[in-house]
Structure formats: structure tokens, C-alpha cells
Design a protein. Structure first.
Length: 336
């Protein structure tokens, strides 16, 4: 101990060795504190890094799930939950290139159903017909698929299967309908308006410039000559012959000899059986039960954007009633 005393307290002051020893202990304490602080910083950084990795993985997993869900909705593909199941492709409404029943969508659904594990493909038809070109494309694809395998393709007509819709149905192995369904209408139509008299009364001048004497033949504001009438009738007759030949190729000897069969008349589903237009009275559920023992089906119908469909439909209606290029982009001849 030191002989020195504190002048205020009177206590002995520590000697130099004691003071040095105290400084050493303080230094060691500071080093230990610093070491613990550095270790805690390292641990915190590691925890922060792990959370960053976790949230990044969570972020990418979320977008992968969203992308998968969008892809599923766009393709409209649904895989059967059981092996014994019937694949259904619905044809609803007018058959044309801009509708849900376009050849592109129906054919895509047909191929998905054909390639799937379903035991049969059923066309669930509820349509008044439409474009001969779109109907022919679907007809040809059904015939092509039938030639590549032994899976049956069966058409079932709901409320109506007329004109182009019956054209499509005639390609199937068998056709069924409800007793009160409307079936047939094997004919071709073109309809329009003749507004040249109204233009004269209103004092409106129609200015159309063409290269070719018949380029404005279907213009509702121009008169139709007798030669143009004969030519247009030839187009309709030729399309009608194509329709008749397709139905005969599809139905074969099942068709009756009724002379009015190809006159454009429609029959109930019950009458259509005796005409050979259908093979019996069944629903989609009946077909599914016959094929699998269950009414379970898988829908392969390809869906589209409903708002886009509505806007296009309203646009076509407005153009048609105004007589402004209403047939642009599609044939004015209709199987409907």
C-alpha cells in the first residue's frame, strides 16, 4: 500500500502497481465488451441476410404461382381426376371467327380432349350456325381426328343445332338430341337491306368508287342487277351443295330419302331420329353414364375475354344496321 493519503477523505491512495492492475482489468473488460458487440453484429447481419433470402424466395414463389394460374386460365386445360371420364367441348352461340365458337377455339379444345385421358369426346352443341368457312374447318378437324384413332366423337344437340352447327355435328360418329331440340336447317342464306330508295328521299348522295363493275354488288345503297342476282344465287347454291355433300359423307346411309331434308327446314329432336339426322335422344350426362358409369365430365372448352367478345358483337351489330362494311372480315354467306 502507498503511504500517500487522500487529502479530502483521508484514505490511503492505491500504489502504482495497484493502479496498473486496475488499468489492465479495465482494458480486458472493454475488449470483452467489444468482442461481444462484434459477435452480436455478425449474428444480426446473418439473421438479416437469412430474412432477405426468405422474402426474396417468397416473392418469386408468389409470382410463379400467379403465372401458373394465368397459364391455366388461358389454356383452359383441365386434366381428368379419374381415368374413366368424358371430355366435353361446348359450341355455344354463333359460329364465326370472332365468337367463342370460332374454329380456332373449338379445334384447340377438340385436340386437348382427344389427347387427354378421356374415353370419349362429346361436342355439346347449342348454336344456330354461322360461317360456312368456320363450320367447314371444325368439320374437317373432327373427320381428321376420327381417322387417327378409335376414340369416339359424339355430338349432343341441346336447344338448337341448326345450319352450320349441324354441319359440324354431322362429322361426329353419332349425333344425339333432346326431344324438343331444333335440328337441321340444311341450307344457306344471305340477307341484307336495300336502302337506295331511302337515300333518294333523304337527298343523300352515296359516293362509292370502284375498279370492277361488280365490286359494290352487296352495297345496300346500290341497286342489284339481274345478272348480279343470278351470280349471287350461284354462290349460294354452290355453298349449299358443299353442305349437302358434307352431311351425306358424315351420316351416310342413316339419312332418309325425304326430299325436304336439304330444304332448310328444321325438325324437333324426336322427328330428327326418323329423318336419320340424329341417332337417338340422349343428353351429355346420358352419354357420360353410358361410357363411364358416371355423369362426371371434363370441360375442355377454350374460353376467351368476355368484354372483348361483347364489344366486338356490339360493333358488328351497329355496322350491320348502318350498312357499313358489316361483312368485312367474314363471309356474308351464312349457314344459319
Amino acid at each position: 500500500m502507498s503511504d500517500q493519503k487522500d487529502q479530502w477523505t483521508g484514505r490511503d491512495l492505491p500504489d502504482e502497481n495497484t493502479r496498473a492492475e486496475g488499468h489492465v482489468h479495465q482494458g480486458e473488460h472493454r475488449e470483452a465488451v467489444m468482442e461481444r458487440w462484434l459477435l452480436e453484429m455478425v449474428r444480426e447481419q446473418r439473421r438479416s441476410r437469412r430474412w432477405k433470402i426468405f422474402f426474396r424466395l417468397l416473392f418469386w414463389l408468389f409470382w410463379i404461382v400467379v403465372a401458373a394460374a394465368v397459364a391455366f386460365m388461358v389454356t383452359g386445360e383441365r386434366e381428368p381426376l379419374v381415368t374413366q371420364q368424358v371430355g366435353v367441348v361446348r359450341i355455344e352461340g354463333v359460329i364465326d371467327s370472332q365468337s367463342p365458337a370460332s374454329a380456332e377455339r373449338v379445334i384447340r379444345g377438340l385436340n386437348n380432349a382427344w389427347q387427354g385421358s378421356s374415353t370419349a369426346v362429346v361436342l355439346d352443341i347449342n348454336s344456330p350456325g354461322g360461317s360456312p368457312v368456320q363450320s367447314q374447318r371444325i368439320y374437317d378437324e373432327i373427320r381428321r381426328l376420327r381417322s387417327t384413332g378409335d376414340k369416339p366423337i359424339i355430338a349432343v344437340i341441346e336447344d338448337i343445332g341448326a345450319s352450320g352447327a349441324y354441319y359440324v355435328a354431322s362429322a361426329a360418329d353419332e349425333i344425339y338430341a333432346a326431344p324438343a331440340s331444333l335440328v337441321g336447317s340444311i341450307g344457306v342464306i344471305y340477307s341484307g337491306f336495300g336502302l337506295e330508295g331511302a337515300m333518294d328521299k333523304l337527298g343523300v348522295e352515296r359516293r362509292v368508287f370502284t375498279a370492277g363493275d361488280n365490286k359494290d354488288m352487296l352495297d345496300p345503297f346500290q341497286p342489284v342487277s339481274e345478272a348480279q342476282r343470278r351470280f349471287w344465287q350461284h354462290v349460294l347454291d354452290q355453298t349449299h351443295d358443299q353442305f349437302i355433300n358434307a352431311v351425306k359423307a358424315g351420316r351416310g346411309d342413316r339419312l332418309s330419302d325425304d326430299p325436304e331434308l336439304f330444304s332448310g327446314l328444321v325438325w324437333t329432336g324426336e322427328e330428327a331420329v326418323s329423318k336419320g339426322l340424329t341417332d337417338g335422344l340422349k343428353s351429355v350426362d346420358d352419354i357420360a353414364r353410358d361410357m363411364t358409369g358416371s355423369a362426371e365430365t371434363t370441360d375442355y372448352t377454350q374460353s376467351g375475354d368476355p368484354l372483348e367478345q361483347i364489344s366486338r358483337h356490339l360493333g358488328r351489330m351497329a355496322a350491320q344496321y348502318l350498312g357499313i362494311d358489316f361483312h368485312a372480315g367474314e363471309s356474308p354467306v351464312r349457314l344459319r
